[in-house]
Design a protein around this ligand. Structure first.
Ligand code: PXL
Length: 282
């Protein structure tokens, strides 16, 4: 069987386990080749550390893509996450145009906010640019805060109802993507998880896990990467969100039990053998 290949377009936060340092190991463990486009190099991610370095690599993105195009390299998926500026969003949109085919998957995680708050790095106008990028995607993976920003509506802290979640999913799909996966979904205080909508099948699915109290950094990227690995291995959306929710929740539980600083990221590494098993790769 031909090995699948993903282009992962994210920053490298050298310390703190998120973006490329999460996407590379998880998607590789799923048996998929990962080509990396680093959009910036930071000493740490921006979630709770002071004085981090930030080297912008915006000017390198198109030359990398152009070189790959000259080599006739194709991708089964392009997976984007944290993008640092409007210019990067526009350039990534151009990269989509270069590599989109009728059967590959553009996956956009519109990383920009959480818990009702836009990350401090971004201006109020950033969500409308991210919305344009989402319109070009086949799959989007927002959390509820990002979903509300994309739909230009006030944040709702929850707990949610099925009607609310399904209305959000339908409206997000109406922006363009055929598949929408919403994270941070909960109907009561006991469980937390994800909901998905496949517009072509008009089908909703849910996956939950017991809630672990606290906020753990990088979990959106762990979830997104595990999801990309599952989808590209041919799993249905319902199965893919269950695999990604279980893997992320286990990573959080392990980290909580170890008492690790929540800024340092979660221990996703110890769960890789089980993730591979869930994908039926071993
Ligand atoms: O995990 C999302 C993320 C990725 N990259 C950087 C970040 C964040 C979230 O804060 O700061 C640099």
């Amino acid at each position: 069987m031909k090995q699948k290949r993903v282009a992962a377009i994210h920053d490298i936060s050298c310390f703190g386990k998120c973006s490329l340092t999460v996407a590379l190991p998880i998607i590789s463990a799923a048996g998929i080749e990962v080509s990396a486009v680093p959009t910036a190099v930071l000493s740490t991610h921006t979630g709770g550390f002071e004085g981090y370095t930030y080297r912008d690599l915006t000017d390198d993105i198109l030359p990398i893509a152009n070189h790959w195009q000259s080599l006739d390299i194709h991708f089964d998926s392009i997976y984007t996450g944290f993008l640092g500026s409007f210019e990067q969003i526009n350039i990534v949109s151009e990269v989509f145009d270069k590599f989109k085919t009728k059967d590959n998957l553009i996956v956009v995680d519109p990383v920009m906010a959480d818990n009702g708050v836009l990350y401090s790095l971004f201006s109020e106008k950033f969500p409308s640019a991210m919305k344009k990028l989402c319109e070009k995607a086949d799959v989007i993976v927002p959390n509820i805060t990002e979903a509300c920003l994309l739909l230009e509506e006030p944040y709702n802290a929850g707990p949610y109802t099925k009607e609310y979640i399904e209305a959000l999913l339908r409206r997000l799909a109406a922006l363009g993507p055929q598949k929408v996966i919403l994270t941070g979904v909960y109907f009561d205080e006991l469980q937390l998880g994800a909901a998905s909508y496949d517009a072509e099948l008009d089908k909703f699915d849910y996956a939950f896990s017991d809630r672990v109290a606290g906020y753990f950094h990088g979990t959106g990227d762990v979830f997104g990467s595990a999801l990309v690995g599952a989808i590209l291995n041919g799993h249905e959306l319902a199965d893919s969100i269950r695999i990604a929710v279980d893997y992320t929740a286990q990573s959080i539980r392990r980290t909580k039990e170890a008492g690790t600083d929540i800024r340092f990221g979660v221990n996703f590494e110890a769960g890789l053998p089980d993730y591979i098993k869930q994908l039926h790769l071993s």
